[in-house]
Design a protein around this ligand. Structure first.
Ligand code: HEC
Length: 456
């Protein structure tokens, strides 16, 4: 009996606790307003894209702008379609994880269910500060291609434009952003560095030099914001280099002009390491017509000790899912990234929370599935047998990754006199495991959805 009493009491207390909690939730839900509860979420998680001059179709800054979209906003966040983020949370942690915490989704949903009230103006947080037109802030230099007249129809092959940097000293790039001149027609852009003295493709040429494409600086699809490299990592552009833009235009039934540019931010101090690109690709697959789940695999073995920075799966419209697994020399294996519902419209890069050591001999294995059936709404032709090709009705299977070489650190700490990172360090340092790079339509770059992630 004596035992029962405290138990009973504690049960009572629990029940009161539950009642109070329920009441608390009800109260705060009742109080959900735009100015107090919703604006802070939209400002920090949506406005980078949803503001004038950026890629999203509407601005989500003021109540007047947001209110007409309330139902659609609820729908998109509850389905986790916005903000765009496709990594399976079961594997890996990513510095640029854009997904909303459940409590923010609940806040938005509750607010919409209650009629999306505005609330008190004095609760409104200050508007986030953005640089007009750029997600990385004001670039140190902006380089643009000549204006190009995009025809109304027809298939436009990849075009190459060369723009001199006019850099008089070797320059470390800390961040960059490609800005399509006309997002409706720019399907993708890859910007590569052409070392001084190398022959440039003619303006508007339809063939680029494979070697040039190998030295990629950045790539974008229209839906991709700019990026900043993690601290201590950068990309070296030698004095006198030019930039080659590989442009993929898609005609929209109306002739328009485009003038795409790239904004570069310079590193204030030379970074310790250069970011490099590798890829595991398979270009020998055949997708049978109607096959809803065709598997394609690729793999690369890492030829020296490196640290992995980011992962960017690339497929076209039939791409369904994509998984990267690391098989370490000691027998362990680890899923690095799984994208269960790949969406061609979002060529996201996944930036590891902390760079992951990949000792020499590690095998990076990629497994992709393609849906070439009529059940895939994005499928341009379910009756076609599909192979590798540049155009979006053809397919690709590439597991891009970026990395730094561990050996580079050693060079720096020993010989880093005067911090002169502006040496020729990039020459002769191609990692043996990287296969010859074909003309690829996208490059891993890290979208800056949240402020520059801190990596170690
Ligand atoms: C990385 C950029 C980006 C971020 C971050 C982002 N959006 Fe979007 N959003 C877009 C783009 C681009 C589209 C148009 C393409 C599409 O509909 O998928 C879009 C479409 C939408 C639509 C549908 C518009 C329509 O035409 O029906 C809604 C609603 C939306 N976003 C809400 C949000 C909300 C709410 C957030 C933050 C919680 C958010 N988005 C974050 C880029 C972004």
């Amino acid at each position: 009996m004596t035992n029962q009493s405290p138990n009973h009491k504690s049960r009572n207390r629990q029940m009161i606790g539950v009642a109070v909690l329920t009441l608390g939730v009800a109260c705060s839900a009742e109080a959900q307003t735009f100015t107090k509860d919703v604006a802070p979420i939209l400002y920090s998680r949506c406005a980078a894209c949803h503001r004038p001059t950026q890629m999203a179709p509407m601005s989500l800054l003021s109540y007047e702008e947001v209110r007409p979209w309330a139902k659609s906003i609820k729908h998109r966040v509850v389905k986790r379609e916005m903000p765009p983020w496709f990594a399976d949370p079961a594997h890996g942690t990513f510095a640029n994880d854009a997904s909303l915490p459940q409590k923010d989704i609940d806040t938005i949903a509750a607010w919409v269910d209650r009629g999306a009230p505005k609330g008190d103006d004095k609760d409104l947080p200050p508007r986030p500060a953005f640089t007009e037109g750029w997600s990385i802030g004001e670039p140190d230099v902006v380089l643009a291609i000549p204006e190009y007249n995009v025809p109304a129809d027809g298939v436009i092959p990849y075009l190459y434009f060369t723009v001199p940097t006019n850099f008089t000293t070797d320059t470390w790039i800390a961040g960059l952003e490609i800005r399509p001149g006309n997002r409706q027609v720019v399907h993708h852009v890859i910007v590569s560095v052409l070392d001084p003295g190398r022959e440039a493709p003619e303006q508007g040429a339809t063939r680029g030099n494979v070697d040039v494409i190998r030295n990629q600086l950045a790539g974008t699809t229209p839906n991709k914001p700019g990026m900043m490299y993690p601290p201590g990592i950068g990309k070296l552009v030698k004095a006198g280099s030019s930039l080659v833009f590989q442009m993929h235009y898609t005609a929209i039934g109306q002739a328009v002009t485009d003038r795409t540019s790239i904004g570069l931010k310079f590193a204030r101090t030379p970074p310790a390491k250069q970011v490099r690109t590798g890829l595991a690709l398979n270009n020998r697959f055949v997708l049978p017509p109607g096959d809803a789940n065709h598997e394609v695999r690729s793999a690369v073995t890492i030829g020296e000790d490196v640290h992995l920075i980011s992962l960017t799966p690339h497929m076209h419209f039939r791409g369904k899912d994509f998984t990267y697994t690391a098989l370490y020399p000691d027998g362990r294996s680890e899923v690095l990234l799984r994208v269960p519902n790949y969406d061609f419209n979002w060529q996201l890069s996944y930036l590891l929370q902390t760079p992951r050591a990949m000792p020499k001999g590690t095998k990076i294995e990629c497994v992709a599935h393609f849906d070439n059936s009529s059940r895939n709404a994005a499928n341009p032709d379910p009756k076609a047998e599909v192979r590798w090709g540049d155009q979006t009705w053809e397919e690709m299977m590439i597991g891009f990754y970026t990395f730094t070489r561990d050996a580079e650190q050693a060079v720096d700490t020993q010989g880093g006199s005067g911090g002169s990172g502006r040496s020729n360090r990039s020459s002769g340092s191609v990692v043996p495991s990287v296969p010859v790079v074909p003309l690829v339509p996208v490059v891993p770059s890290v979208p800056l959805i949240r402020p520059v992630p801190v990596v170690r």
